[in-house]
Design a protein around this ligand. Structure first.
Ligand code: SF4
Length: 246
């Protein structure tokens, strides 16, 4: 939170977004609102406490729900719930998740299951964005929003003509957006990663510690040139999302 506040003071026009599992939001929501966070993505794959414990290993669903409420209560803007839809795991929960998101006044986004880890991903478990759309309650009432806003990111948004509800679908696999991707990730240990699927990371901590701006600039520009055109070009099948940070 202190880093975000500093960032916002230094670069007031920069938009900051945070992706989190929500476990500590109850504690930090007020501070994040004070830091003028622009948008908040909370990962929530299930509302079944048993499945939640299974998929997060140590997670506490009540704590996450408390955190979501704290974030809304603190006035944080653009709060989205991110749900990776997996056949046989949470595909029966779409209606429940939609009701929950509506009640908590946050936006739900359903995401295709990405083949990062061969040990957990399978074709059978994969549900395409087209199928997700067909699975939504109220079938034909969902219409694609004509002009996605600058906040859309990789999601395509749909509005329910009957209820006015909105939902986002992220087709990270079936209709990937790699050629438009401008994401670079820096890990907590100061390593630069150009793609979720790429196994390589470039250490930049030494340049950060030396405040070597020119060195950093060169390293970042060099890395951008090596961004893949498609995730499938660099996929190893051994990337763990939990180790990358989503
Ligand atoms: S280039 Fe990599 S990080 Fe960017 S959208 Fe494609 S898979 Fe995701």
């Amino acid at each position: 939170v202190s880093f975000l506040k500093e960032l916002n003071r230094e670069f007031p026009d920069m938009k900051t977004a945070l992706t989190t599992n929500g476990s500590l939001l109850g504690e930090y929501a007020e501070g994040l609102a004070e830091a003028n966070l622009h948008s908040l993505n909370i990962s929530l794959d299930t509302l079944d406490p048993v499945k939640f414990a299974e998929v997060t290993r140590l997670g506490d669903m009540d704590r996450v729900i408390f955190g979501i409420r704290a974030a809304v209560g603190a006035g944080l803007r653009n709060i989205k719930l991110n749900t990776v839809l997996i056949r046989g795991f949470n595909d029966g929960e779409i209606g429940t998740l939609m009701d929950f998101a509506k009640k908590e006044r946050v936006l739900l986004r359903l995401i295709e299951f990405m083949p990062l880890e061969d040990d957990v991903w399978s074709e059978d478990a994969f549900i395409s964005g087209e199928e997700i759309l067909r699975m939504l309650p109220d079938g034909d009432s969902w219409k694609a929003e004509k002009h996605d806003s600058e906040l859309s990111g990789p999601a395509k948004y749909y509005t329910n003509e009957k209820t006015g509800d909105s939902i986002g679908i992220i087709t990270a696999v079936s209709n990937h957006f790699c050629k438009h991707c401008n994401r670079l990730r820096v890990s907590a240990t100061g390593k630069l990663r150009t793609c979720l699927f790429a196994p390589d990371e470039t250490p930049m901590r030494h340049l950060i510690l030396d405040a070597d701006r020119e060195g950093l600039r060169k390293l970042i520009l060099g890395s951008i040139k090596n961004k893949p055109r498609c995730w499938n070009d660099v996929r190893t099948g051994h990337q763990q999302m939990s180790g990358i940070g989503g």
